[in-house]
Design a protein around this ligand. Structure first.
Ligand code: ZN
Length: 314
């Protein structure tokens, strides 16, 4: 049996230094089918033993045991934990879990929430944060994202609800999330990237020794406050059902109208082209071949050259 019977709770490791300092919470497994963050969390808990100079780090390797036991994004009540926070005491499994997790988040000083595309999406390694209205918190989040050192940084509309980051926002806690690749087997590079990224953030907070080999890897930095931009599962809806044949690869720059792929219906032999709705970077591509109409095929970030870009909603 993979998980304990009580799915409304989770286990955590705590690394504590003798000197006072910030309390950092690192969460993995909010989605039960995203395994690399779980493995990175276990490695981190070992690495941090005895190496923390100040403060405290709480690491949750599997936040959503209900979803993990089902090898699924969602729990046994079919709710997505990352859309259910701050949850409800006495609610369904995920609602109760969200309530418990929120109580942990509200007590810390910094939050890192680690994800992948699971079995559904391959995602360019990125860190993201909400465009917090408080300049000081925004700045801290930008610094955390930069320290994590993945190729894409993405700041999005702060008005979203249901997330670990929205709970952190409400309690004025600087928070970032990370996404990195996806697939059905373990990507060891993602595990290493996540362990190192978290250690870099802890080093930037003065809690661990500086990490060697920390050359800047950030290529694209987009801040976009248009509503709903950070919602990955609704991007590029498939115009038909059939087999998705991508014509572009992850990380490619495309211009509006460029062929992204085709949906081939093997029963009717009808082919439907999917074209880029805007110029930008292909940062997410669907993994499973078979699609239903409306399923997300991937996503494009509206950034066309390396460097920083800000988009303000009109
Ligand atoms: Zn996730």
């Amino acid at each position: 049996m993979l998980a304990k019977a009580n799915h409304t709770h989770f286990d955590s490791f705590v690394a504590k230094a003798s000197f006072a300092g910030p309390h950092v919470l690192i969460i993995a497994g909010v989605h039960g089918d995203e395994v690399e963050p779980m493995l990175a969390a276990i490695r981190l808990s070992k690495t941090l033993e005895g190496s923390l100079k100040k403060g405290r780090v709480t690491i949750v390797p599997v936040a959503n045991q209900s979803a993990f036991a089902r090898n699924s994004r969602v729990g046994e009540d079919n709710l997505d934990l990352a859309r259910t926070l701050p949850g409800k005491k006495g609610g369904s499994v995920t609602e109760e879990l969200a309530y418990t997790l929120s109580r942990v988040i509200e007590k810390v000083d910094f939050l890192l929430d680690l994800h992948t595309g699971g079995g559904l999406f391959d995602i360019l390694p990125l860190t993201g944060y909400l465009l917090h209205p408080d300049e000081t918190i925004l700045k801290q989040q930008q610094q955390m994202a930069e320290a994590f050192n993945l190729p894409v940084i993405w700041g999005t509309d702060s008005q979203v609800q249901g997330r670990t980051l929205s709970v952190a926002r409400d309690f004025r806690i600087p928070a970032i999330y990370a996404e990195c690749r996806g697939g059905l087997s373990v990507n060891k590079q993602t595990v290493r990237r996540y362990e190192k990224g978290c250690l870099r953030v802890l080093a930037a907070l003065g809690m661990t020794a500086p990490i060697s080999g920390s050359a800047n890897k950030v290529d694209y930095w987009l801040e976009d406050n248009n509503p709903g931009q950070g919602h990955l599962q609704v991007k590029l809806p498939s115009p038909a059902c059939g087999i998705f044949l991508p014509a572009v690869s992850l990380g490619r720059q495309v211009t509006k109208g460029k062929l992204l792929g085709q949906i081939v219906n093997p029963l009717t032999q009808i082919k439907t082209s999917v074209r880029a709705p805007e110029d930008g970077l292909v940062f997410m591509l669907r993994i499973p071949a078979i699609v239903q109409e409306g399923d997300s095929l991937g996503g494009i970030l509206p950034i066309t050259q390396k460097g920083k870009k800000r988009i303000h909603a009109s």
